[in-house]
Ligand binder design. Structure first.
Ligand code: ADP
Length: 528
């Protein structure tokens, strides 16, 4: 296809140039040949006219010699005409012949027309044309072919001697040359086209090969070989092509390698993901089991605790009874005093520690129970009006707030998506801690604020209390972790429960704090 197109294009251009050149040569040759022929024919026929005129001059000379011009003039005219006729009118169908007309353009001598007849169809034009003493002109006789007329006047007899030459014959050499030229040109152009087409086919062979190779390459075959030995433009093209093919091959190999690596990575990642999912499932299962254990243990441990409480009460009553009987008994005062100190001192002290431990154990168990419930209760997720929720939480702590005279600064809060009961539990714990860990040496301030960011609602509970040292900030969310147990009451479970509740609602909790300045607890939850 490409071979045909390029060859045809080049052939077309060459042929067009050749044709235009041939045409120009032909027109120029035609023009110059005609002007040469015009000049030479002019000389030839003027000479012929002169010969005729000489014949007539001879007759006039003879006529004049007779001295009887009037009497013999017609006779001499006749013999002059006869001499011309016999010398020039050889056959009837002559094409080149002399003829004679008088000044009225009436025929005097003509091979076909009778003397006295009007030969020329347009008399006036001819009259004008034959006005000078001699000359030539072109003339088309009754729509036939054009003729060339060359003439000279013979004033002695008022004749115009003319030669009639058909233009076709006058320029026959030109048309012969033209025909020959066209024939030669056709032959030359055919041979030239054949040679050129062979040369082009040879010259574009490497291009055709390159095209075939690039087509094969486009189809995915990169093993194509092209000859790169040439030192012309095609050789350069072939080398660039080979270079391009090599770099494409390298790129494809590189891509295939990367693809393989990626596939391996994806497979590994999928494998790891499956393992992680499996581990997650196991972890969730273990978590559930653990929550169940915590729930059952904290629930079941309550029964022996109640028993211990009941029996320690019984023990207290029995000791009271023992003390009153001891007072009434008749044993010695020394023994009485010793027993009194044991029963009223050591046993009472032991009973006091038992009841404190029971109370502590009880609150630990109820904390654990709360924690286990966080993981198991159903969530009721909805849009929450946090302004309303916070004011109800603050209501719970109203008496303590008033008692310590805490300054509250509550901003307008954005709504969020969450569980109302969980949120009450979360903010109750945070507000409770803020109050619990206030530094009472100055007036306590609690600020609650919030803002929306990237489809999240972020809330902050801030106090100006003791604050938390940076090294403990991560630990405070651990179960049973308390920083200074002696300072305040608590089980170290509040923030653990808060963190679990926040996480169950797809939220996050973090703290920013500075010892002596206060703490900021942030909670982010899905916004509206
Ligand atoms: P609890 O308050 O029952 O001890 P928490 O889990 O609520 O348990 O808190 C864990 C620890 O974090 C607390 O013992 C306390 O030291 C510290 N903490 C919590 N909230 C604050 C606060 N607002 N200011 C200072 N310390 C705090």
């Amino acid at each position: 296809m490409i071979k045909k197109t390029i060859t045809l294009k080049i052939l077309f251009v060459v042929f067009s140039v050749f044709l235009v050149t041939a045409l120009i040569v032909m027109v120029l040759a035609d023009y110059h040949l005609k002007s040469i022929i015009d000049k030479s024919q002019d000389v030839v026929y003027r000479e012929k006219l002169e010969a005729i005129l000489r014949t007539m001059d001879l007759q006039v000379q003879r006529l004049k010699a007779t001295g009887l011009r009037e009497a013999y003039e017609e006779g001499f005219k006749e013999s002059a005409l006869r001499a011309i006729r016999s010398a020039y009118y050889k056959s009837e169908k002559m094409q080149i012949y002399p003829f004679i007309v008088n000044s009225k353009i009436e025929i005097v001598l003509h091979p076909e027309y009778q003397p006295g007849s009007m030969y020329f169809s347009d008399e006036k034009v001819i009259k004008n044309a034959m006005e000078p003493e001699e000359g030539d002109f072109l003339f088309t006789h009754r729509d036939e072919d054009t003729d060339w007329i060359i003439f000279k006047k013979f004033d002695e007899w008022d004749w115009i001697i003319a030669y009639h030459v058909p233009l076709e014959i006058k320029y026959s050499a030109v048309s012969e040359f033209r025909n020959g030229f066209i024939l030669v040109m056709v032959i030359i152009s055919l041979i030239a086209l054949a040679i050129l087409s062979l040369m082009i086919t040879g010259a574009i062979k490497p291009i055709v090969r390159l095209t075939e190779a690039s087509t094969a390459m486009a189809g995915g075959d990169l093993a194509q070989h092209v000859d790169t030995s040439g030192d012309d433009e095609i050789g350069i093209l072939a080398r660039s092509f080979t270079h391009m093919r090599n770099s494409i091959r390298e790129k494809i190999d590189d891509l295939a390698r990367k693809n393989e690596e990626m596939l391996k990575e994806i497979t590994d990642r999928k494998k790891a993901e499956k393992e992680r999912e499996k581990l997650n499932e196991e972890l969730m299962q273990k978590n559930k089991e653990l929550e169940q254990v915590v729930y059952v243990t904290s629930h079941d441990l309550r029964t022996p605790l109640v028993n211990i409480e009941g029996f320690s009460k019984e023990l207290r009553i029995s000791i009271d009874k023992l003390l009153s009987s001891l007072k009434k008994s008749s044993i010695s005062d020394e023994v009485k005093e010793e027993m009194d100190s044991i029963v009223d001192g050591d046993i009472q002290e032991a009973l006091h520690y038992i009841s404190v431990s029971i109370a502590r154990m009880d609150s630990l168990l109820s904390g654990l129970l709360k924690l286990s419930r966080i993981g198991s209760t159903e969530l009721n997720i909805e849009k929450l009006d946090m302004n309303r929720l916070i004011s109800s939480v603050l209501n719970i702590f109203k008496s303590r707030i008033d008692e310590i005279d805490i300054k509250l600064e509550i901003s307008e809060l954005p709504p969020c998506i969450g569980d109302e009961l969980y949120m009450i539990q979360i903010f109750s714990n945070l507000v409770d801690n803020s109050i619990k860990y206030l530094d009472l040496s100055h007036r306590g301030i609690i600020r609650i604020s919030g803002y929306s960011e990237d489809s999240q609602a972020v809330y902050c509970v801030e106090d100006n209390g003791f604050g938390i040292a940076p090294e403990y900030q991560a630990k405070i969310f651990d179960i049973f972790h308390r920083l200074e147990p002696s300072k305040n009451k608590g089980e170290g479970l509040g923030l653990t429960i808060v963190q679990r509740a926040v996480q169950r609602q797809s939220g996050k909790i973090w703290v920013e704090s500075e010892p002596g300045k206060g703490s900021k607890f942030f909670i982010s939850l899905p916004g509206v």
